[in-house]
Design a protein around this ligand. Structure first.
Ligand code: SF4
Length: 281
């Protein structure tokens, strides 16, 4: 359970959220009646989310506190990398508190070698930092307004769900938190659902688990191979017609015209998947 002071923080968080919301919507500029009505609806929905978000935050902190030595500190929000278009060279280190609010730019992350080398840019919604047994840890969080995707390790090698793995590797390669910070977890925060959900770790009665070192090493290796291969496939005009969701056609109103549905019965090798995926076990 949260201590009283933490409860107070949680209430202040909701109040601050509502304050910022009012500030945003109270800006006076010409609007149509329709736009005003839409604004009112949006404002109401966002105000409802303030309470929900506080609940979600409370449960996220409650889960972590028996393990971490402190309440997680959100060190970065909406952090872009690869926005330094003049230079894609690696940086030695980046001091703390970089966010889109600052004028700092971060280089792209490079994957692959030689003429296969590619630069990847992205934006990380949130990075939380804390300590366990003196070790600095970080969690990469991506907000989702819709359903939280289900992801597994095979999705990394197949190139179908790279975001969280890429962000964890990006934080380490950019040395955003220094040399010694280790990933604790990566996960999605379903803002209309139950908040933070860790991915790539097993659910355990012992509480939240840390990402395995082997998982991270596997991600690095996979991203080194998969990302350049994907880019090369796209450059060669490969755009496979494929959906991993075998059941998506059941309720889809477009299923009679969708090409995914039309070629579903064909074997994957018939240009339904990227060429590099044919070599994946
Ligand atoms: S458009 Fe096609 S791939 Fe997308 S959900 Fe509908 S049937 Fe599935």
């Amino acid at each position: 359970m949260l201590k009283q002071s933490e409860e107070g923080n949680s209430i202040r968080l909701a109040e601050k959220f509502l304050e910022l919301l009012a500030e945003k919507f109270d800006i006076n500029y010409p609007r149509s009646e329709l736009q005003t009505a839409l604004d009112q609806i949006e404002r109401k929905l966002l105000a409802e989310w303030a309470e929900l978000y506080c609940e979600q935050s409370r449960s996220y902190v409650d889960d972590l506190l028996p393990i971490w030595e402190q309440i997680p500190e959100t060190r970065f929000r909406e952090l872009s990398f690869g926005n330094d278009r003049e230079s894609v060279e690696s940086i030695e280190s980046v001091e703390s508190d970089k966010s889109d609010d600052s004028a700092e730019t971060l280089p792209a992350i490079q994957f692959g070698k030689g003429d296969q080398q590619i630069n990847i840019e992205g934006r990380i919604d949130r990075i939380d930092v804390g300590y366990k047994d003196g070790q600095e840890l970080f969690t990469v969080i991506d907000y989702k307004t819709g359903k939280i995707p289900s992801v597994k390790n095979e999705d990394i090698s197949a190139g179908t769900s790279l975001q969280l793995a890429l962000y964890a590797v990006a934080v380490m390669r950019l040395k955003l938190l220094g040399e010694n910070a280790t990933p604790w977890q990566v996960g999605y925060w379903g803002i209309k659902e139950k908040g933070y959900v860790a991915k790539f770790v097993r659910n355990s009665k012992k509480g939240p688990q840390q990402l395995a070192e082997e998982t991270l090493a596997h991600w690095e290796e996979m991203l080194e191979n998969v990302l350049p291969a994907m880019v090369q496939s796209i450059r060669q005009g490969e755009f496979p017609v494929y959906s991993t969701n075998e059941k998506c056609i059941e309720r889809c109103p477009f299923n009679t015209i969708c090409r995914v549905n039309q070629i579903r019965s064909l074997p994957p090798q018939l240009e339904k998947i990227w060429s590099f995926q044919k070599n994946i076990e």
